[in-house]
Design a protein. Structure first.
Lengths: 286, 428, 322
């Protein structure tokens, strides 16, 4: 046999083996990742008397859709959905837009106090939010923003995490690119929009996903700031339901949990395709 | 050029978002109403929340000059947190249902919570069971009217009692009888050297059971001056009893409080310390697979139990609002409503007169478990609201866990230390 | 980053005497610097405004309160100077919860980052069902912690929990998980790794995908194998990403709260009592707000110091490519 052919075959075998290993690892990871979610879904569909049976069943004896009806009717979940969507939409949009602007300034514009301001921004992440709860509530009361969308959204429109994330990515953009764009006569916003945003598309997609689920899952702030059902978000509905039913009505809690988690999972599944496409469009390939 | 368009789209998108933001964020205009509107916070969810809503509806229908809007604010811990924040920011509701567990003294000292003594008649005050009203009494003033009272009870599985030859009509009445029954119930059925059936489990509110044990043994947490005295001989014995249940008699699995409900529901535990408020959930979850009954918490020197639940308090505003608020609170906690609430939720009515109310007499006859709960209430410890309620909660909880996980804890020494720390904190 | 490259404007104007050039240059430079400063602040203005109004001011207020003995409700507050700080630094409990927090971080961060990197490398391959794998790996991250904590609590159940069922199937003894003083913290760490790996993975993935393919092609031509390509290209170029994940992880894990609050309440016997849960209980159960805020500020100083150290060390080791 020709030596080169043998080498090629060797390579193919090694590659095949590696690929099999990768698949095995991914399947294992997927199973571990998804199992608790499957267990949540499964529990939510079990009839109440099947919950505490031991050994546990891995498929419900019948689909107990009534759990969902009971969970849905326990509080105005429709309104909670609407509020969660409104709050998540605006907050996430603002996170991304302001993070682009701010991160760009931190990387590309030289202004006095830049490092200090950046560290101060970063500092806000290092103070536990529990500490801020009461003082910000006092402030919002003075503004008369309690139990309003403004109160829910405005204090949280800046994501320091997002600024930090994009800053790290913008710093990876070669400096000559910007100089070239400058010579082309681009303004600052133009450079940001035409150069940095496309180049950092994977990071921006990642930030969108992070912000989306983070805002969607935020609990403490909406809990404190809202006091009526027409302002509450899904997480509060869920937490209240767990407060009330936790420890006994697992099938109901899990039904509510599934209702709350499903939209985020779906959104991620759809967004991550964008995320992938964003990468192939960056022009960095090849 | 194409890129310029992208830029424009980006800007237009941003502008549209801001525009929408303005639209969404416009405040709702306040409607001018002639009625006295009252904002009420309560802490009862799901089915009990529905009973609350029903009562509020009845109140609004029968009081044309007042409009009450009641909203659920979360479980007890969350409610206390929200009330704290509201007081700090001066954004309190008119009326709030306040848990007895901790916080009443701090709320009272903030000056925002209205003392209700002026509104209550002598007959009213005498009509409340003292243990119930005491939890809302701070420095001699009443700050909330008990509307939902619970106590700890001994739940037991009738079928399991029969299985091991215990008489289900004679539940254990003393600490010793409890141990004896527990030993019979604790079994290794399949012979693998591992216990499959436990005698006793206790729900997560361990502190309350310990407070109850202290009362049963004739001790108290705080003396009449409010000083912590839970390092007394009686208290040490109560904690020792807790230790013995796990280590000496081995009838209670250690540190399984979050699983207690489940174990009892699954028929794995024969007896359980739990709140009176658990009956309706239990009825639903057991679903007739076995029969259960409740009994007084077994006595040592005497019967005793602890108090849980909520009272309704009023926040200061102006005399007109406060008067309207009192009209509501008075109505919610009157004889008839107390009885109604108890019948619908399983809580115990705090008024003696409610227990003589015709519908309630019938209800208690038909529901022997609720009757046991009601009959136990007068034996509950009289424990006035104390500023240190919150301070001692965690150390005592930690100590109970320590005791469960090790048989060699020096209880006296530990309690001495917690008392000393509590005293130091209270002096500050 | 310094102002050195502004110097390239000097000398570009020919045919003028040097003093005039200097003056012009200085003016130009000053204008340029001023312009840059104004533009810079305009760009960060929205963020600056919101953060000052809703974060700096309230946090500063909390800082002031940390010098008082106050429950945030009582009309009377007692100034105690550094009393709260002295009290907490001499309290055994504080150091115990601090240690618990560090234990948690050491347990969770390296493993989560390691799994995340491996996953990201696998998911960067062109594989079938890629989108599904990616979604699966990220699913734990997006699922609300409250709901997931409930599921895990149940799986950890010491009597008839699912994990014990599996252990028994494998012929092992059931464990007490969250109710065992030794096992409770590792059990929480396991949930943390489960929950956060996908998060780190996404950032790694974004980082890997930002590396130009041309680098790899060049290496392939040089005959580098996959292992060498990883160590010579991927790993160094992921430096900023790794540093970012590390810093963020430390900041976030120092403040772990929700999971402890829902799953263990700091128990059993304080085995899982972490710093933010400790301060939460001080603030909302004991009503010792001043003390709680002092704890928060000590925590802040610690996180800040650790971040700066990572930053400095990282700056030496990390290659930003500019």
């Amino acid at each position: 046999m020709d030596l080169r052919e043998e080498q090629a075959r060797d390579y193919r075998i090694r590659k095949g083996a590696l690929r099999a290993l990768v698949y095995a690892f991914l399947i294992l990871a997927a199973v571990i990742s998804l199992f608790p979610l499957y267990w949540m879904l499964l529990t939510s569909l079990k009839p109440a008397e099947e919950i505490f049976v031991f050994p546990p069943t891995f498929w419900p004896s019948r689909f107990a859709w009534e759990n969902y009806i009971a969970a849905w009717n326990s509080s105005p979940f429709g309104r909670y959905y609407l509020n969660s969507i409104i709050v998540t939409f605006f907050t996430t949009g603002a996170h991304v837009a302001f993070a682009c602007l701010t991160a760009y300034a931190f990387v590309c514009i030289r202004f006095p106090g830049r490092e200090v301001v950046f560290m101060a921004f970063l500092g806000t992440m290092m103070i536990p939010h529990v500490v801020n709860l009461i003082p910000s509530f006092v402030l919002l009361k003075k503004l008369n923003w309690i139990n309003t969308y403004r109160g829910l959204i405005v204090p949280h429109v800046i994501s320091v995490f997002g600024i930090f994330l994009l800053r790290q990515f913008f710093m990876g953009v070669p400096k000559d690119y910007e100089d070239a764009a400058k010579i082309d006569g681009c303004g600052r916003l133009g450079i940001l929009w035409r150069m940095y945003v496309p180049l950092a598309k994977p990071a921006i997609s990642a930030l969108t996903i992070f912000s989306f689920y983070h805002v969607w899952n935020d609990f403490f702030w909406p809990l404190i700031i809202t006091s009526t059902d027409d302002m509450r978000t899904l997480q509060i509905g869920l937490r209240y339901y767990i407060d009330a039913e936790g420890g006994s009505g697992w099938e109901l809690v899990m039904a509510a949990g599934t209702m709350v988690v499903a939209p985020v999972l779906l959104a991620f599944f759809l967004l991550q395709r964008q995320f992938v496409r964003g990468i192939t469009m960056t022009g960095l390939k090849g | 050029m194409k890129k310029k368009t992208g830029m424009r789209v980006f800007c237009a998108g941003l502008a549209a978002m801001l525009g929408l933001a303005v639209f969404v964020l416009v405040p709702a205009s306040a409607s001018a109403a002639e009625k006295q509107e009252l904002v009420v916070w309560h802490s009862k969810a799901t089915d009990r929340g529905k009973v609350w809503a029903k009562l509020v509806e009845d109140f609004n229908n029968s009081h044309p000059d007042i409009k009450v809007t009641a909203t659920y604010q979360g479980g007890y811990e969350t409610t206390i947190q929200k009330v704290t924040t509201a007081i700090a920011a001066n954004a309190t509701p008119d009326v709030a249902e306040l848990p007895q567990s901790y916080g009443i003294p701090q709320f009272a000292e903030s000056g925002r919570l209205l003392p209700l003594d002026g509104f209550l008649t002598k007959e009213d005050k005498a009509d409340f069971y003292e243990p119930a009203i005491a939890r809302y009494t701070y420095k001699g003033k009443i700050y909330a009217i008990p509307n939902a009272v619970s106590t700890s009870l001994l739940y037991y599985n009738v079928d399991m009692f029969k299985e091991v030859g215990l008489d289900p009509n004679k539940p254990p009445q003393t600490w010793d009888e409890l141990v004896a029954a527990g030993k019979k119930l604790t079994r290794d059925i399949n012979g693998d050297g591992k216990i499959d059936k436990w005698g006793l489990v206790s729900h997560t509110t361990v502190n309350y059971f310990l407070y109850a044990f202290i009362a049963e043994n004739g001790g108290e947490l705080f003396d009449s001056q409010g000083n912590p005295v839970f390092n007394s001989k009686e208290c040490v014995e109560a904690f020792q009893y807790w230790s013995d249940l796990v280590h000496k008699h081995k009838i209670m699995p250690p540190l399984t409080h979050t699983a207690a409900n489940k174990l009892f529901i699954a028929g794995t535990a024969g007896m359980m310390y739990q709140s009176t408020g658990f009956m309706e959930t239990l009825d639903r979850s057991v679903g007739g697979r076995f029969q259960y009954k409740v009994a007084f918490m077994p006595k040592k020197k005497g019967y005793g139990t602890d108090i849980g639940g909520t009272g309704i308090g009023i926040f200061k505003s102006n005399p007109k609002r406060e008067a309207a608020a009192w009209t509501f609170v008075k109505w919610m906690t009157d004889t008839e409503r107390s009885a109604f609430w108890s019948e619908k939720t399983g809580y115990i009515a705090a008024r003696k007169s409610s227990h003589k109310f015709p519908s309630h007499v019938k209800f208690l006859e038909a529901n022997p478990n609720n009757r046991v709960a009601a009959e136990q209430l007068p034996y509950a410890a009289v424990q006035y609201a104390a500023k240190a309620d919150g301070i001692i909660y965690k150390p005592i909880g930690d100590l109970s866990e320590k005791i469960e996980s090790s048989a060699t804890v020096d209880i006296k020494k530990e309690l001495d230390q917690i008392v000393a720390e509590t005293k130091a904190k209270m002096k500050q | 980053m310094n102002n050195a490259d502004l110097g390239k404007f000097s000398g570009s104007v020919a045919g003028l005497d040097s003093a005039a050039i200097d003056a012009l240059n200085r003016r130009l430079m000053r204008r340029k610097i001023l312009q840059e400063a104004v533009t810079g602040y305009l760009f960060i203005l929205p963020a600056l405004f919101i953060l000052v109004a809703f974060w700096f001011i309230p946090t500063f207020y909390a800082f002031v309160v940390s010098f008082f003995r106050w429950d945030f409700m009582n009309p009377v507050k007692t100034f105690v100077g550094l009393g709260n700080y002295r009290e907490l630094l001499t309290s055994l409990e504080f150091w115990k919860v601090m240690w618990n927090t560090v234990y948690y971080m050491i347990g969770a961060i390296p493993l989560a980052m390691f799994f995340a990197l491996v996953l990201a490398l696998c998911l960067n391959e062109k594989l079938k069902l890629l989108a599904w794998f990616r979604t699966a790996a990220f699913a734990p991250v997006v699922a609300s912690i409250v709901a997931m904590a409930a599921v895990w609590m149940w799986m950890y159940d010491p009597i008839n929990g699912l994990l014990n069922y599996f252990l028994q199937l494998c012929g092992m003894k059931p464990l007490k998980w969250l109710t065992d003083t030794q096992l409770a913290m590792p059990a929480l760490i396991l949930v943390d790794i489960w929950k956060h790996t996908g998060y780190d993975m996404i950032i790694y993935l974004a980082g890997i995908q930002s590396i130009p393919d041309s680098y790899y092609e060049a290496a392939k031509i040089d005959g580098a194998n996959a292992w060498q390509r990883f160590w010579k290209i991927t790993w160094p170029l992921l430096g900023p990403t790794t540093l970012f994940i590390l810093i963020i992880s430390v900041i976030q894990r120092f403040q772990v709260f929700s999971m402890v609050h829902t799953m263990t309440k700091g128990g059993p016997v304080q085995a899982t009592d972490v710093i933010v849960y400790y301060l939460y209980e001080k603030a909302f159960v004991n009503f010792e707000m001043g003390y709680a805020f002092a704890v928060a500020y000590v925590l802040f100083l610690i996180i800040f110091a650790v971040t700066v150290i990572q930053w400095k060390v990282g700056a030496k080791k990390v290659h930003y490519g500019r």
